[in-house]
Design a protein. Structure first.
Length: 563
């Protein structure tokens, strides 16, 4: 069955979907589920689901490609999907939370579901599923209204993992009336986040979220579990938050929402009421994330502790900026390092056709969140942030590479999701054109030996030089104090600084000014001047090398020099 969803900017503390959605809600009458359910009953519920679906935070993927699961549809057996079901813009990949109480929530870029799971036959579980689809311009039907899902049932069980230490749950979402298969899902427990121990004393604080429409919500968690709050549209919140099981980074909450007026197409009656929520804490980031629901609407909230907001510099987006601060969620979830980039190409529709040669290249992901991809045909740079679904969607800029990159920038969106079970670690995702069309599906695979090499300013200091095929010689000099200077034979002068975000990783970042540049092979001096950000690495060998991938907002290039 389907929940009405609330678009961003609606005035409750748990705000549905990612920033900037701006879509109006769909109103659907919801029949109450039988007790117990996610949105009813006691907050403290004992359940015996541990062997079927161990509590924790899971990386979640879902597909509606029922043609690949015909056997599951006909036999009712659990069907498995793999990461080969490549996510596009986040619609199929996200996060799932399973509590020891039996409450379950999953969220992707375009879907949020809640259920109350209970043991079934043969170490399987089954549950009625309440589902809310996030509206966007690509999901509306011709009438301008979203279609309403029929009743759904979610089924699943713990499956054998491809690695010995990963907990994996897989199953199906089916039509409750006909039993027809709707989707197949797969999820792998994220050990690094699930296993963090939390308690109410350390969780206590005030968490704030401000939406893109300017609505600010404050939720306060007290050391005894009391939950209170308000938002700038008049909503008041009062309830309780608990930690349902020790050793698992999960929280559950039950609270009353009152005083809300109509907003964003929702009536006051729809916005007020009793809510249940399931969430988790990120102590390093200072955030509290919760996925909640009443009997009518589904909600999301990711608030940051106000003490953290006051003590930290606000996050700066875009590849080119002065912020060189390490981003903890990027480090924990995305594993910064040096990566191999490979385009994922589906088999040709015509089996006799010659398959396309995949695009390949290098990628560097810095602990600050800066990402640079260099292939024979493109240079792409972005600054990523981890979302509440443990994925990322970020603006990106691309340019064609030809010795130096021509300044014909195009904008796009890059989406990525960790592949939890892969060794070495990898990220799978897509590039989405500014028209909304799918561009390139990709996988980047971490190069552990190159990445996990300690570097220091003392060990990398020196002058690195290269000469391009066009005859331009460029030199960068790194000082033992982090100073960065240099020049090239077109007249460029470089002056700035270089830092090592994490001394245990072979990654460097730099910010410098280029002045005095004249035209190169395919770029004017005007676009080659300016303030650059760069990320790079040290290459082993004799002589030692330095790779820098750099951009100034108008011009991108790659430097590969040696001592």
């Amino acid at each position: 069955m389907k929940l009405t969803h609330m678009a961003l900017g609606a005035c409750i503390p748990l705000v549905l979907v990612a920033c900037g959605s701006g879509d109006g809600p769909e109103k659907t009458e919801i029949k109450p589920l039988p007790e117990p359910s996610f949105t009813s009953g006691d907050l403290r519920i004992s359940s015996s689901i541990g062997n079927i679906a161990p509590p924790g935070i899971y990386q979640f993927s879902i597909t509606s490609d029922t043609s690949t699961s015909a056997s599951a549809q006909s036999t009712g057996q659990t069907a498995n999907v793999t990461a080969a079901a490549t996510p596009q813009s986040g619609q199929n990949t996200g996060i799932a939370l399973i509590s020891s109480s039996g409450r379950m929530s999953f969220a992707t870029g375009t879907r949020q579901g809640i259920a109350f799971i209970k043991p079934g036959e043969g170490e399987r579980f089954t549950a009625d599923l309440q589902n809310a689809d996030v509206a966007d311009t690509y999901k509306l039907d011709p009438s301008g209204e979203q279609s309403v899902d029929p009743n759904r049932v979610i089924k699943g069980q713990q499956e054998s993992s491809t690695t010995t230490n990963a907990v994996r749950v897989a199953g199906t979402i089916e039509d409750a009336t006909s039993g027809t298969l709707v989707s197949v899902y797969d999820m792998v427990r994220d050990k690094s986040i699930s296993g963090k121990s939390i308690n109410l004393t350390t969780l206590a604080g005030t968490f704030r979220e401000t939406t893109s429409s300017g609505i600010t919500t404050n939720l306060t968690v007290a050391g005894d579990g009391t939950l209170t709050g308000s938002d700038t549209t008049g909503c008041q919140y009062a309830g309780e938050i608990i930690i349902p099981a020790s050793g698992v980074n999960l929280v559950e909450a039950k609270y009353q929402v009152s005083g809300c007026g109509p907003s964003n197409g929702l009536s006051a009656a729809e916005r007020n009421g009793t809510f249940f929520a399931l969430g988790y804490s990120n102590a390093e980031e200072g955030t509290l994330t919760m996925f909640g629901a009443s009997s009518l609407i589904a909600t999301r909230f990711k608030g940051t502790d106000v003490d953290v907001l006051q003590s930290k510099e606000a996050a700066v987006t875009g590849f080119v900026n002065a912020n060189l601060t390490v981003n903890d969620p990027v480090v924990q979830t995305l594993h910064p390092g040096n990566y191999d980039f490979t385009e994922i190409i589906p088999p040709p529709a015509d089996p006799t056709a010659t398959p396309k040669t995949p695009e390949t290249g290098d990628a560097i992901l810095s602990p600050t969140g800066r990402l640079f991809i260099a292939t024979e045909s493109r240079l792409l740079r972005s600054h990523v942030r981890v979302s509440d679904t443990l994925t990322f969607t970020a603006n990106a800029s691309e340019s064609v590479i030809n010795q130096d990159a021509a300044p014909n920038y195009t904008t796009s969106t890059i989406f990525g999701a960790p592949e939890a079970e892969n060794s070495p670690f990898s990220i799978i995702g897509s590039l989405i054109a500014d028209t909304g069309e799918l561009g390139v599906r990709y996988r980047i695979t971490r190069k552990n030996t190159m990445s996990d090499r300690s570097v220091s300013l003392a060990s990398i200091s020196g002058s690195y030089m290269t000469t391009t095929a066009g005859g331009i010689t460029t030199t960068f000099t790194i000082g033992a104090d982090g100073s960065l200077t240099g020049s090239d034979t077109t007249g460029c002068q470089f002056l700035g600084r270089l830092v090592i975000p994490d001394p245990t990783l072979n990654i460097v970042e730099a910010r410098f000014d280029a002045t005095g540049c004249t035209a190169s092979f395919n770029a004017t001096g005007e676009v080659r001047n300016g303030t650059f950000n760069a990320i790079g690495r040290i290459t082993a060998g004799s002589p030692q090398g330095l790779d820098l991938m750099m951009d100034n907002g108008s011009y991108s290039t790659v430097f590969t020099g040696t001592l």
